[in-house]
Write a protein that binds this ligand. Structure first.
Ligand code: AMP
Ligand code: MG
Length: 421
C-alpha cells in the first residue's frame, strides 16, 4: 500500500509563542481569584482540649484566667519586701515556706524573709526574691549583698496573658504549643471546625493499582497515594475515590457519588482539551467549568469546576505537575474552605547553586533542596520525573518576570514543611 502524500504542517513563525488568543493568567491573579471566591464550608463541633491538636478553631478563644494566675517566684530562694539597698543585708527568716501548689499561709512582716521555691505564689508582704545561691544562711537569718530591685526574680500575675484577653484567634490550626497555652489559661474544650473531606480521584485507562500486574502500556497510579497522604498530612480528611477509566459515563458516576460524600474533589489527569480528557469535558458540559490557563510550570492544565455544588480541582495528570498544583493552588484553597484561612507557604531567600534560563512571563517551581546553604535543583525538569519529587525537600519559586538565574543569585526556597508536609 502506497503511503498517502501528506506533508507535515510547516513550522510557524510563532511556534514558541503562547497559543494565539489565549490569556495566560499569572499565578498571583489565579490565587487572588480563588481567595476571593471560596468560603468556609465545614461545620463546627466541640472538642476536648486533649484531643484538639491539629484542629482548626471555629471561634476566637479568650483566656479564662491569667497566666500566671498569681505573682510567683521564678527561682528557689528567699522572698521579702523589696527593694534591697546597696550593701550587706541581713534579714530574719519567718517559720515555714512557700512551694509550688502549697502556699505560705502566714504574713511576712517588713524586714523579714521567707523560704520560697520556684513556682510558689508570693506570700502576703513578699514582692522580691533573692536566689538561694546568693545567700548565706545562719541562725535563722539570711545575709546577702544588695542592691536588689523590687520585683527581682518574680513573675507578675498576668505578665504572659491576662484574663479575658484573646489567647488564640478563630482559624488557628492548633499546635502542641497552642495546647499548652490554652490549658494554662484555663480552657478545657474548644469549638473546632469539622475536618474538611477531600476526595481524591485518579483518571486514566492506563492506570493500575499498586500491587496489580501491569500490562503493556499500563502504569501504576502514582498520584492517588501521593495526594491521599498529602491531604492527610496537611490535616484534612482524605477520601479515596479510586480510579476512573477514560469513559465519560463511568467518570460521571464517580463524580456523582463523590459529590455526596465529600466537600471538595481533587481529580488528576484528563483535565486538558484532548479526546480523552473527560474531566474537563464533563465539567464543561455541566456548564460550571473554568479552564485555567495559568502561566505556571509545571502545572498546565488546571480545570476548576463545580459538580453538584461540590468544587472540583481538575489537576494535571503528570505527578510533578499534580503535586505542584496541589501545593500552590489546592493547599491554600482547601485551607480556606476548612476554616483555617488562606495559607501562604513560608519561603526564604537563599543563594542558587544552579544556573537556569527561563521564559519571562510565567512562574516556575523547581524541585529543590538546600545543601551547604545553597538551593540545588533536580537535574531534570521533566514533569514525569517522579524521583525528583522524592529527591527534593521543597520547591524553588522563580518569579514570573525572571529570565536568568546564575549561581549565587537569591532564589526563594519553600520547604515541603511550609506546606505542612
Ligand atoms: P493526562 O492529563 O490525563 O493526559 O495525563 C498526563 C500524563 O500523566 C500521562 O502521561 C498520564 O499517563 C500521566 N498520569 C495521569 N494520571 C496519573 C497517575 N495517577 N499516576 C501516574 N501518572 C499519571
Ligand atoms: Mg489521562
Amino acid at each position: 500500500m502506497s503511503k498517502p502524500d501528506i506533508a507535515p504542517p510547516p513550522l510557524r513563525n510563532d511556534c514558541f509563542a503562547l497559543p494565539a488568543g489565549v490569556n495566560w493568567t499569572p499565578v498571583d491573579e489565579a490565587l487572588a481569584l480563588l481567595k476571593d471566591r471560596l468560603t468556609v464550608v465545614t461545620g463546627v463541633e466541640t472538642v476536648p482540649l486533649m484531643q484538639a491538636a491539629g484542629r482548626i478553631l471555629a471561634a476566637d478563644v479568650s483566656a479564662k484566667r491569667s497566666n500566671p494566675p498569681q505573682p510567683n517566684t521564678a527561682v528557689d530562694g528567699y522572698g521579702f519586701s523589696g527593694p534591697a539597698p546597696d550593701g550587706p543585708c541581713v534579714l530574719p527568716l519567718v517559720e515555714g515556706r512557700a512551694a509550688a501548689g502549697v502556699p505560705f499561709s502566714g504574713d511576712v512582716p517588713r524586714g523579714h524573709a521567707v523560704r520560697v521555691l520556684t513556682g510558689a505564689a508570693l506570700p502576703e508582704g513578699v514582692d522580691t526574691v533573692i536566689l538561694e545561691e546568693d545567700v548565706t544562711l545562719d541562725q535563722g537569718h539570711i545575709a546577702f549583698r544588695g542592691p536588689l530591685k523590687q520585683g527581682a526574680n518574680t513573675r507578675k500575675a498576668g505578665e504572659d496573658v491576662t484574663e479575658g484577653a484573646l489567647a488564640l484567634p478563630a482559624g488557628r490550626r492548633l499546635t502542641p504549643a497552642d495546647l499548652a497555652l490554652l490549658s494554662a489559661v484555663g480552657v478545657a474544650e474548644i469549638s473546632a471546625r469539622k475536618a474538611l473531606r477531600v476526595g481524591i480521584l485518579s483518571t486514566g485507562d492506563e492506570l493500575v493499582e499498586p500491587g496489580d500486574t501491569a500490562g503493556p502500556g499500563q502504569i501504576y497510579d502514582a498520584n492517588r497515594p501521593m495526594l491521599l497522604s498529602l491531604v492527610r498530612r496537611i490535616g484534612f480528611d482524605a477520601v479515596d475515590l479510586g480510579c476512573a477509566a477514560d469513559d465519560r459515563a463511568a467518570l460521571k458516576l464517580h463524580l456523582d457519588q463523590a459529590a455526596q460524600q465529600v466537600d471538595v474533589i481533587l481529580t488528576s489527569g484528563g483535565a486538558s482539551a484532548g479526546d480523552e480528557d473527560h474531566v474537563s469535558a464533563l465539567l464543561s458540559e455541566a456548564g460550571a467549568m473554568q479552564e485555567w490557563r495559568i502561566a505556571l510550570k509545571p502545572g498546565r492544565p488546571l480545570a476548576l469546576g463545580m459538580w453538584n455544588h461540590t468544587p472540583v480541582f481538575g489537576l494535571p495528570g503528570n505527578p510533578v505537575a499534580a503535586m505542584v498544583c496541589t501545593l500552590i493552588f489546592a493547599h491554600p484553597a482547601l485551607s480556606l474552605m476548612a476554616g483555617a484561612g488562606w495559607q501562604e507557604p513560608m519561603g526564604f531567600d537563599v543563594p542558587a547553586a544552579f544556573e537556569k534560563r527561563k521564559k519571562p512571563g510565567r512562574r516556575e517551581y523547581l524541585r529543590a533542596r538546600i545543601r551547604e546553604g545553597r538551593a540545588e535543583v533536580f537535574h531534570s525538569e521533566g514533569s514525569g520525573r517522579i524521583s525528583g519529587l522524592s529527591w527534593a525537600e521543597g520547591l524553588v519559586e522563580i518569579q514570573d518576570g525572571a529570565r536568568e538565574i546564575k549561581p549565587g543569585d537569591p532564589v526563594r526556597f519553600i520547604p515541603y514543611g511550609s506546606f505542612g508536609l
